[in-house]
Design a protein around this ligand. Structure first.
Ligand code: A5A
Ligand code: ZN
Length: 477
């Protein structure tokens, strides 16, 4: 589908690299004639599906999957005041059925609180119905006005995982927030993506939430990408939608709620955080092809080599690995280029010399070569795959560590923000945040930071000098 003879821009030119890799590695086609809507190529969709299969497996430990309608009646949508204010600029409306105007306009969900919660009000009767923890993976539509970008800022988010939980008390909902954060940590760890968790400033929380915890990662250009948010909704929506339950003493109580969202930005993070000048570097967990076998054919021993390749492929597939054999009649170099571009974690080469020596040559996506004996080849391959995951995580963590700076003055902060995120101290007042943001063209991402390289403490505010808390500052996507 793409011409592989052109060179990829260097990843140091991240924006150009990103746009090219999306096309060249066949992730998304950006030529769909509606702004902010993109088409998954089959390869990109396979990557998406493996990623979401993993996410589902984590969620299924203590959530159940469900599916709600795409259309939300205006009457429900307009019930929660803060929520409306937060989303009214972004909603697409369905106003007609055919030629007839609808009595009640229908919103195309930008998120599903107002679709789900009226039903929760019907479903929840007693404390025995709680906690309720459901999630769905759906498309949502948001009329984004900022610059749209494939996988990062979409008008149709095609892979929106939203979890919605109801609990008896605020504290129990708070425990759920923690538990979703742990899930996020595990999910991103398995993808080799280091994250920074923080509490968003009050004015930046989800419309209708008590507070918002955000998960960010740092892209190669030092800009942050918000790759998940967990909101403690308290009783905002349960009071609006009348989600009540009878407690053990027979009294009616409002439920306390949380919601949690992850979009295909997680794929953007995989691509951005791990990629290199040769293309994608995919974590083994989600790579559509985990091992590619490339026979090196020298005419007179072709049959022998094909036989060895077939056997190896069978043995590896039997253990559940996703394996491809590239028997195309082309230069090995061109094959390597193709599979490297697509991020395959491990390549196994077999040539006549390897047959003679009873061995295979394995080269991982980071270029590390290992010769493995033919016996125990399955165990060797599995070990090498584990190594790839460890190596990419280590590399990504090093990147994050190297791009975390500190600053004590706005000038210093501004300077260090070039290609980095910066840790400062901030008094918590909006005035100071706005001053800093203006001076440094950045945003205060949050406080109460969770990342092993950041220590939370108290120090003078970077703007006013009053005592302040550790805060994270970045330029974000
Ligand atoms: N109902 C809650 C979960 C909610 O909607 N939260 S949210 O608005 O913060 O979105 C959840 C996550 O979706 C965000 O953290 C962000 O990672 C992602 N997201 C939001 N808008 C997006 C967009 N236009 N394109 C791609 N991803 C987006
Ligand atoms: Zn201050």
């Amino acid at each position: 589908m793409s011409d592989e003879t052109e060179r990829l821009p260097p990843r140091s030119d991240f924006s150009a690299w990103y746009n090219e890799i999306i096309r060249r590695a066949e992730i998304m086609d950006v030529r769909y004639p509606v702004k902010g809507l993109y088409v998954w190529y089959p390869f990109g969709f396979a990557l998406r599906n493996h990623t979401y299969t993993h996410l589902r497996s984590l969620l299924n430990r203590d959530h159940e999957e469900t599916l709600f309608p795409l259309l939300i009646p205006e009457t429900e949508f307009m019930k929660e005041a803060e929520h409306i204010k937060g989303f009214e600029d972004e909603v697409y409306w369905v106003t007609h059925g055919g030629l007839s105007p609808l009595d009640v306009k229908l919103a195309l969900r930008p998120t599903s609180e107002t679709a789900i919660y009226p039903m929760y009000a019907l479903w929840i009767r007693s404390h025995a119905d709680l906690p309720l923890k459901l999630y769905q993976i759906v498309n949502t539509l948001r009329y984004e006005t900022k610059h749209t970008r494939p996988l990062i800022r979409l008008r149709e988010i095609t892979s929106f995982m939203e979890s919605h939980t109801v609990h008896a008390t605020w504290d129990e909902a708070n425990k759920q927030v923690e538990s979703e954060l742990v899930l996020s940590q595990e999910f991103y760890h398995d993808l080799g993506i280091p994250i920074i968790i923080s509490k968003r400033p009050n004015w930046d929380k989800f419309p209708g939430a008590d507070f918002t915890m955000a998960v960010d990662t740092v892209m190669p250009d030092g800009k942050t990408l918000q790759i998940g948010t967990i909101h403690h909704l308290g009783e905002h929506f349960s009071r609006t939608f009348n989600i009540t339950y009878e407690d053990v003493n027979g009294r009616q109580q409002f439920g306390s709620q949380t919601c949690y969202g992850i979009s295909e930005r997680c794929i953007a993070a995989i691509i951005g955080v791990h990629g290199d000048d040769k293309g994608l570097v995919l974590p083994v967990t989600v790579a559509p092809t985990q091992v590619v076998i490339t026979p090196i054919i020298i005419n007179k021993r072709a049959d022998e080599i094909f036989a060895a390749v077939k056997t190896l492929e069978k043995e590896l597939k039997a253990t559940g690995l996703r394996v491809k054999t590239d028997t195309r009649d082309m230069r090995p170099g061109a094959k390597y280029y193709h599979w490297e571009l697509h991020g395959v974690p491990l390549r196994v080469e077999i040539g006549p010399r390897d047959l003679d020596n009873n061995q295979f040559v394995c080269v991982n996506r980071l270029g590390i070569k290992t010769v493995v004996p033919r016996e125990n080849v399955v165990e060797s391959v599995k070990m090498l795959l584990d190594d790839v995951n460890d190596q990419i995580l280590e590399r990504a963590e090093k990147h994050l560590k190297n791009h975390l700076m500190t600053a004590t003055t706005p000038e210093e902060c501004n300077e260090r923000l070039n290609g980095n995120v910066v840790v400062v101290h901030w008094c918590g007042y909006r005035d100071c945040a706005e001053k800093l943001e203006k001076l440094t063209n950045s945003t205060i991402l949050g406080t109460e930071i969770r990342n092993k390289y950041v220590i939370n403490g108290e120090n003078p505010c970077i703007i006013c000098g009053k005592m302040g808390k550790t805060a994270l500052v970045g330029r974000s996507y």
